[in-house]
Design a protein around this ligand. Structure first.
Ligand SMILES: [Zn+2]
Length: 194
């Protein structure tokens, strides 16, 4: 129901989930530069953003490759080689290095990446994807059981079934309530004086 991006999953899943399911169908939550800014703000603290214009098309293209690789990982089937190559290339374009500094008392290091804003962002998204894809956790990633919902999540406990208890979980509870209500009413209806 909500079109606010689902966040708080591993970064790669948060990215894939920006193609969101709504009752009206799929919605791309990264359709405009403003959408991307909002998503980056929601992911603040998980990404280092370099000033400059970000190529939205490149972000969406990487997202599609990550989505395919995640599906393969979940299904334990061979991933598309193009997806692996794209994810690797994105990291190679802006590899991380440690910048040494001096704070007046001690030497410090800061994590940096060379490259423009797009390259730096893609490299971080690709790194997050690679880490998840090569981890046993990929086999635990689930798709929400909400009707028509395709959101992915990594359950912290095995009973989790919904992307969000407030939306899909609630919808399922409401559906169950009506189903139960209907079942309870139907026998009594035949015995009804009406
Ligand atoms: Zn859901």
């Amino acid at each position: 129901m909500t079109t606010a991006p689902l966040t708080g999953e591993p970064l790669a899943l948060d990215l894939v989930n920006t193609v969101a399911s709504t009752p009206g169908g799929e919605v791309d939550l990264l359709e405009s530069a403003g959408d991307l800014r909002a998503w980056l703000a929601a992911e603040q603290g998980r990404l280092d953003i370099t000033d400059g214009q970000i190529d939205l098309g490149a972000v969406r293209a990487l997202r599609a490759h990550i989505a395919r690789a995640v599906e393969a990982g979940r299904a334990r089937t061979p991933p598309p080689l193009e997806a692996l190559r794209t994810i690797t290339d994105a990291q190679r374009n802006a590899p991380v290095y440690q910048e040494l500094g001096w704070n007046g008392q001690a030497m410090t290091i800061a994590t940096r990446r060379p490259g423009n804003a797009t390259a730096v962002l893609l490299a971080q998204l690709a790194e997050a994807a690679a880490t998840l894809l090569a981890s046993p956790a990929i086999g635990l990633v689930r798709r929400c059981e909400g009707p028509g919902c395709r959101m992915l999540f990594l359950p912290a406990h095995p009973r989790r079934r919904w992307c969000s208890p407030a939306t899909c979980g609630n919808r399922a509870r409401v559906a169950r309530y009506y189903q139960l209500h209907k079942e309870n009413r139907e026998p009594s209806r035949s015995a009804n004086r009406d």
